[in-house]
Design a protein around this ligand. Structure first.
Ligand SMILES: Cc1ncc(COP(=O)(O)O)c(C=O)c1O
Length: 438
């Protein structure tokens, strides 16, 4: 018998870890999904503009993936095996991924999550360089495992006693709130230069790696300019480090620029990590790297029980093919621009929107109490999310102070649905204004 929302909540409160948070004051139970929509236990439909957390790329329960899953089960295809045996599904997925990889990257290892993909990248960088220090960016997020969390640029995520000795944060390339007080059109990339200053002041002069997201997801879709990365890659290599591009959120075509945004930005990364949208909801991550880095790990025992699982890798392979066949990247770019234009238009009537930003369908807007002081509108953002839910729209939030609305729908979203997103947000903000809440 199906459990009620209240029963699930009470069980979670009693038996899940104290860290088990949920969206919404009155939590939402989701039971079904199709395409761009999800459904609660009462059958109510919601337009899903966050996809779990940026995981649904090809759309919920895509018919092609569904059909193949059913076929595999009907034909008794092996449900689990590990890399210690051979199976063609991980090979087929790797083939598809390498077609999309930045120049020189020709090795893949599959994990179950983005955190693990980054953990492996850190170990590979340290093994290859013999160095320990990894530079990250303030406001970044790279996962919830111990080493990944050590590289996190948000205090709220870190536990007491979080090991911090082997990582250092450089200043965030956050143009809207430039930590150097500059304006994008007249700055001289102080943020990029800060990576070098950080190495010069906080390390012995050599590093193992630098890790960054091409668009900072949890940080609130902060999208640094291309020039930032061009400068930083030179610095990282000058100090002997490996450049790790964390594409857990930006990958799988979400930015609408290329399957991996690293490629469109021209970042000569040494490693790229992926997860989330790669599996369209299946639990899969990947670390990609160059042979020269991979070779330094030869002779080490490294194993991941579920990484390369046939069902997961099959789903990821089909996801990539669907994104290509159904021209979803082109759609992500078009719909992303359409939404950004729409939100910029809303800025004329809603002064609480401080900035609209992002790339493709990884976009959102920052809410501020005052456009001059840019005071974080944290409570207002939470309220807007609640109100959107009441009107059948699910969005996410992010940013160090939770004041950024994040929009990351399936890459198949169409214009009518985008119009619906804009309409709902306009209505909610208008109601909030009328009630004196913004
Ligand atoms: C950029 C980035 N890297 C890594 C991770 C960790 O991925 P996972 O939660 O699959 O371990 C996340 C998760 O939000 C992420 O946003």
């Amino acid at each position: 018998m199906a459990m009620t929302t209240e029963e699930i909540l009470q069980f979670r409160k009693k038996h899940f870890l104290a860290t088990s948070v949920h969206y919404y004051q009155k939590p939402l139970q989701l039971v079904k999904a199709k395409g761009e929509y999800v459904y609660d236990e009462a059958g109510r439909e919601y337009l899903d503009c966050i996809g779990g957390i940026v995981c649904i790329s090809a759309g919920h329960n895509h018919p092609k993936i569904k059909k193949e899953l059913i076929k595999m089960l009907q034909e008794d295809e092996i449900q689990h095996t590990s890399l210690l045996y051979l199976n063609q599904h991980p090979v087929e997925l790797a083939e598809e991924m390498l077609k999309e990889a930045p120049e020189g990257i020709d090795r893949v290892f599959f994990t179950n999550s983005g955190s693990e993909a980054n953990e492996l990248a850190f170990m590979a960088a340290r093994q290859a360089t013999g160095e320990t220090i990894i530079i990250n960016l303030r406001h970044s997020y790279h996962g919830g495992t111990s080493a990944a969390l050590a590289q996190c640029g948000h205090g709220t995520w870190k536990f007491r006693g979080q090991p911090a000795a082997l990582n250092v944060s450089a200043m965030e390339p956050y143009c809207y709130r430039c930590p150097f007080g500059k304006k994008p059109d007249s700055c001289s990339l102080e943020c990029a230069k800060n990576v070098e200053t950080t190495i010069q002041t906080s390390t012995h002069g050599k590093i193992a790696a630098f890790i960054a997201e091409p668009v900072m997801g949890v940080g609130g879709f902060i999208a640094p300019p291309k020039e930032y990365f061009e400068e930083v890659i030179k610095i990282v290599h000058r100090y002997g480090g490996k450049y790790i591009s964390d594409e857990v959120q930006t990958g799988a075509g979400r930015t609408g620029e290329s399957f991996l945004y690293t490629k469109a930005l021209g970042i000569k990364a040494d490693m790229v990590t992926m997860a989330k949208g790669l599996g369209n909801g299946a639990a899969i991550g990947a670390t990609m790297m160059k042979t020269e880095t991979s070779d330094t790990m030869a002779g080490k025992l490294f194993f991941n029980t579920f990484g390369s699982d046939p069902y997961q890798t099959m789903q990821a392979k089909l996801t990539i093919q669907i994104i290509r066949e159904e021209k979803m990247m082109e759609n992500a770019k078009r719909m992303g621009n359409y939404l950004q234009d729409g939100f910029r238009n809303l800025m004329k009537t809603h002064s609480v929107i401080g900035e609209v930003r992002g790339r493709g369908l990884l976009m959102g807007f920052e809410l501020v109490k005052n456009r001059e002081t840019k005071e974080y509108a944290t409570a207002e953002t939470a309220l807007l999310m609640e109100k959107c839910r009441e009107k059948g729209l699910l969005v996410g939030k992010g940013g160090l102070f939770g004041n950024v609305i994040r929009i990351a729908p399936p890459l198949s979203i169409h214009q009518k649905q985008c119009d619906q997103v804009l309409k709902v947000i306009d209505e909610c903000l208008t109601e909030m204004k009328q009630a004196g809440q913004v």
